[in-house]
Design a protein around this ligand. Sequence first.
Ligand code: GLA
Length: 376
Amino acid sequence: MLITKPPMGWNSWNTFGENINEQVVRETAEAMVSKGLRDAGYEYVVIDDCWALNDRDENGRMVADPEKFPSGMRALADYIHSLGMKFGMYSCAGMRTCAGYPASFDREFIDAQTFADWGVDYLKYDFCFFPHDRNPMIYYNKMSMALKATGRDIVFSACNWGTHEVEKWVRSTGAHLWRSTGDIGERFTSVRDISASQFGKWRYGAPGCYNDMDMLICGMDGIGNVGHPGLCGDTEYKTHFAMWCMANSPLMIGCDVRRMRPETVELLTNRDLLRIDQDEECRAPIVVTTRGELAPTMFKHLSDREFAIGFFNFGDDEGDPDLRTWDIGFPTTAGFGLKLREVFSGETVDYTDDYFEVKLAPHDCKIYLGSYVPKA
Ligand code: GLA
């Protein structure tokens, strides 16, 4: 199965952790519809860890915890499908999941069949408690084969946190996305460090298999499993989301959608940013760090001869990151200028110089969509 755009949806972990249940999932799916998120492209509703009973049934199948999921997974999948969305679940390549629940090591084929029988469309596959003497590539490949053997189209989301040089082999396993980093937390330093760690690794992403920089913290507002009150506000959420879009990352919302503020809805449904994220060519940006890693500037080709330029200020002081256009191979002698529009403010720039500087508040960013115009 070829997926041609980075997956978009919601995942339960960042906010709900172990406190996940059927009611939360149903209400989240309903809120995704009523707030326009489904229609903006957020289609996968994914239950992360902590959904299963400790013991398998007499046939060796995993069992959903009946206290958390009294109607069962099949009914929940049917409900999510009835809303026009897709249903995702979670397991792990090791002996237990990260939170200690049953995992799929050497049970890949029976577990894949269970997920397919439940109507699952997406599987996140974690890496905790994986035996050191085994080859991760073979075990990710094993689950991928198990999913395909069911005959159901299931997006395979590999999650080994960027270890074992995963970017070099994951595409061969049939995975559709791979987690490239450790877990995100609701801290701007976490966003900054994840971003910087991938400057040289975005290039491994391509249509069909995408570099997943972890679930979004936008709109968490200090609440939940990885929430940290007071460390992130709308500026930090904006820069985080813009960076994930420049990076072609999958966009899995991590906040409580039911209480999502209008500002967060507006950010996550920004059409220009989604166009940049979902561009079918999936080109990694060229990263220019003439002012160091705290002020990266990026140029990204889009389809239809358009492009995006992003200026980021990861520093705690006001900054003025710049782009010397010769650093991306664009001299004033080109005979062309650049027509730019900033995606948050709508500011337009007809640009003919070879030196471009922007003023940025701490933690802020500016993202321009651009096209080429012949000089008069
Ligand atoms: C790991 C993953 C997280 C989440 C938890 C669940 O830490 O990286 O994204 O799935 O496990 O326990």
